[in-house]
Design a protein around this ligand. Sequence first.
Ligand code: ZN
Length: 429
Amino acid sequence: MTETFMPDLKSEEELRALQLEGLKWTVRHAYQGSPTYREKLDEAGVTPDDIKTLDDLKRLPFTTAQDLQEGYPFPLLSVPFEKVVRIHASSGTTGKRKVLCYTQKDIEDWTHFFARCYEMAQLSRQDRVQIAVGYGIWTAGISFQMACERFGAMAIPAGPGNLDMQCQFLVDFQSTVMCCTASMGLLMAEEVNRRGLRDKIHLKKMIFGSERSSDAMRRRIKELLGLEHMFDIPGMTELYGPGTGLDCVHHTGIHYWADYYILEILDPETLEPVPEGETGEMVVTTLRKEAVPLIRYRTRDLTRAIPGKCPCGNILPRHDRILGRSDDMIIFRAVNIYPGQIDHVLSGISGIGSEYQIILERRDDGKDYMTLKVERDHGVDPARDQELKKTIQGEIKKQIMVSTEVEIVDYGSLPRSERKSKRVFDNRE
Ligand code: ZN
C-alpha cells in the first residue's frame, strides 16, 4: 500500500475528539512553558484544567501580532532553548518582524502535513517538482523541498526568478510540477510561449504561494501552459509556514489541516463567529505546535468557511481563498465590506479593467453613499458604459447586498502602482 499523509480519521466526531485532545495539550503546554501565555491566561481567568470541551476555546484570550512583536526576538517561546532547532521570520511591513522558533518535532510535523499537500494535488513519486520559491529566513522554500522529498517525488530546488534557467530546467529535467507565485507563473507561461517551448516541456501542475491572484490571470496561465491543475497553497510564518492546506482536484475551496489547527472565522469587530459561509477573520489555534503554540491567533486574513461536503469525500474542512485583510474592512450602512469582495465581483465581469476605486461619502440626507470608479477595459466601446454600470450594480447587489453608484472611466485613467494601490477613499466624517 502506498504511504498516505492523510489523517486516519473516519468521522467528524473523531476529528473533534483529536482537536479537543490537542487543545488541552496546547493550553497546558503554553501555560507551563511561556510566561507571556501564563500571564494572558491568568488575566482571562482560565487554567489548563478549565478546558473540557471544544466550546471552551471561546474562553481563551486572543493572541495578536503585537504579542509576537513585543516578545522580539523570540516571542511566545514555550520550550527551553535547547529544543529549538530553527527559526524563520516574516519580513514584516510594519513594526518589528515576527520571528518564530521551531523544535525538531515542529519541523517533522510541518514536513508531514506539507507532504499531504502533494498527495492532495495527486502527485506521484514519478513527479519532478521545480521549486521556484524563495529560500532563506523570510520564506520557507525549504519546506516545499523537505516535504517533496518526504513524499518521494524529485525536488528541483531552483529558487525564484531567473527565467532563463527555469525554462532550461523545464526542458532538460522535464519538470511536471512547478511551485511559484502566480505572478511568476504568468511570467513563465509567457516566456515558455515566447521561446516556443510549449511542445518541449512536460509541465502538468502549478502550486501557487499565498499571493492573491485574479481569476483572469489564472485562466491565462492555464491556457498558455496547457496545465491540468493549478492549486493554492496557503501559509503564514506564524502558523509554521506554507503548506497548511490545499485545494483538491475539484477546486471547491482549500482543504485545511484541521488535525493540526483549529480555524475560527470571526467578525473582526465583535470577535464573535460569523454565520457559516460569511466572510470573517481567520483566527487559528494550533494543536501540536511545540516551540511557539498559537492560541486564538488573529491572522487579520479574511476568508469564509465553505459549508457542505467536497465531492472528493475528504473530511478535512474547507475555507475559501484569502479575500483580503481585516484592517481593510469598510463598514457601510451596517454591512462589513472588504475590498477583496469587490475585487472578486469585478473580476467576474467582462468588459472592465482590473483597476478600481471605492469612494465613500456622507451626503446631506445623513446617509452614506458608495461610488465605484471602474475602468472600461482596453478596446471596449464607451457606448457600452450604461450596460456595464447596470451589470456591476446588479452583481454587487446580488453578491455583497449593498447598493452602489458606478462611474465608468477610461482605460488607464486610474493611478497604478508597483506596490499595493490605494483603492478605498473614505470621505465620511
Ligand atoms: Zn476535495
